[in-house]
Write a protein that binds this ligand. Structure first.
Ligand code: ARG
Length: 415
């Protein structure tokens, strides 16, 4: 019996061709492995399809729940948006897929794992780094990268080898899971070209969204969403519900220029209705319950966290350490946020929490204020001191002696 390789199998052209190619080139028996991370695709029959092409066995793993709780939820706590825009939908799923591949490879006593990533993208890095960290003895085979294949060559190879080629559903190249859908290639490679409505499947065009505003009430506990509109569904169902609601209101599209890890700039289009909504709601709640100092520092941590995940370093100990900090802050991130969805827009319109640091008596401009306005005078004196000293120097008023005055007049609080 030949040695085995476990191939991450999507059922698409790249990985179907890979089954044959690996057998031919490496003489290995191919075991296919398909992981369900909520890609909304019909995965039935996928194992059979692989076996018809020559796979010796198939594993189908439902990892939706694990993806939601162990990958998506930490990213919500980190308000994770790469380069301020991309909620990392594809990036988060890769280390999970890599982990499953390694586990199946160990079970099957395989000598290698394989994936269909190209040599130009981020995904190859995410797969390879995680695989090597988990099991350095496994060889990694990446046919598309090694073979430098393009679609036309693949179709020719498929036809020659009797591999059924499904007609391509769209001119775009897509990748999707519970947390979002990425749409690339074709006319979108011109960064000035507006993505047509047909590129999107989750978000209706804003003009076709209902004429009446829709609301969502999202409840968070320790930084993760636990209930929506008064119901406590599973994590997966909660995300799917928000995807649907926001998408039906035309909200969730991202169109930006992204810096890939390998140094290439690319135009990326996504639809991530739930991700954008839940992150916005979470971030808003944090503003109510965390101190200014916590928020400022956390935003730096968030940027670093997002970068690590984007760049394939899910397994980097720095990320674990940042998680520890983030989790500590999330203890108080409990409460409800109300968001309004209307014709392609989403806005937080209300928030409340038992852990709120908002004190009406301090912030009100009305009579009930307990804030002594006189206390501001001394504060301003010191707050602006460094800038005053510097300005005096800049404007040549060197001889003037600066003073720091105490505010000594006590007034009634309401004045
Ligand atoms: N640019 C995104 C990322 O690197 C999306 C990549 C989509 N991947 C794909 N195989 N189509 O995370």
């Amino acid at each position: 019996m030949a040695d085995k390789v476990v191939l991450a199998y999507s059922g698409g052209l790249d990985t179907s061709v890979a089954i044959k190619w690996i057998k031919e080139k490496y003489g290995l028996d191919v075991v296919t492995c398909t992981v369900d991370v909520g890609q909304h695709e019909d995965l039935t029959g996928i194992g059979e399809r692989g076996k018809k092409i020559g796979a010796v066995a198939h594993y189908q793993i439902d990892a939706k729940n694990e993806f939601a709780t162990d990958f998506v939820f930490p990213s919500i706590k980190a308000n994770s948006l790469y380069e301020g825009s991309y909620p990392l939908s594809t990036a988060l799923a890769r280390p999970l897929l890599a982990e499953k591949l390694v586990l199946v490879a160990e079970k099957e006593e395989a000598v290698a794992v394989a994936h269909g990533c190209t040599g130009k993208g981020n995904d190859q890095v995410r797969f390879d780094v995680t695989i090597k960290a988990m099991n350095p003895n496994l060889k990694i085979i990446a046919p598309v990268r090694e073979w430098n294949l393009n679609r036309e060559d693949e179709i020719k190879y498929a036809q020659k080898n009797g591999i059924p080629v499904k007609p391509k559903k769209s001119i775009f190249s897509t990748d999707q899971n519970l947390w979002g859908r990425s749409i690339e290639a074709g006319p979108l490679e011109d960064p000035y070209f507006e993505p047509p409505d047909e590129a999107f499947e989750w978000c209706v065009p804003a003009k076709d969204a209902p004429d009446k505003a829709d609301y969502l009430e999202i409840e968070f506990e320790k930084g993760v969403p636990v209930a929506v509109d008064g119901k406590r569904p599973s994590s997966v169902d909660l995300i799917q519900y928000v995807n649907q609601k926001a998408g039906l209101n035309g909200f969730g599209i991202i169109d930006h220029i992204e810096d890939r890890l390998v140094g290439i700039k690319s135009r990326e289009t996504y639809e991530c209705p739930a991700a954008l909504t839940l992150i916005a709601a979470h971030k808003d709640l944090e503003k109510l319950v965390l101190t200014r100092h916590e928020l400022t520092f956390k935003s730096r941590v968030e940027e670093e966290w997002s970068w690590l995940v984007y760049s394939g370093l899910w397994v980097e100990p720095l990320r674990y350490a940042l998680n520890a900090f983030i989790d500590k802050t999330q203890q108080r991130v409990n409460g409800k946020v109300r968001v309004k969805l209307y014709k392609g827009a989403m806005r937080v319109v209300g928030r409340k929490s038992e852990d709120s640091l908002y004190q009406h008596a301090l912030s009100t401009f009305g009579r009930a204020s307990t804030f002594d306005q006189n206390s501001a005078v001394g504060f301003i004196e010191l707050w602006g001191l460094p800038s005053r000293v510097a300005n005096d120097k800049l404007h040549g008023k060197k001889k003037k002696v600066l003073t720091v005055a105490a505010s000594n007049q006590k007034k009634k609080p309401s004045e």
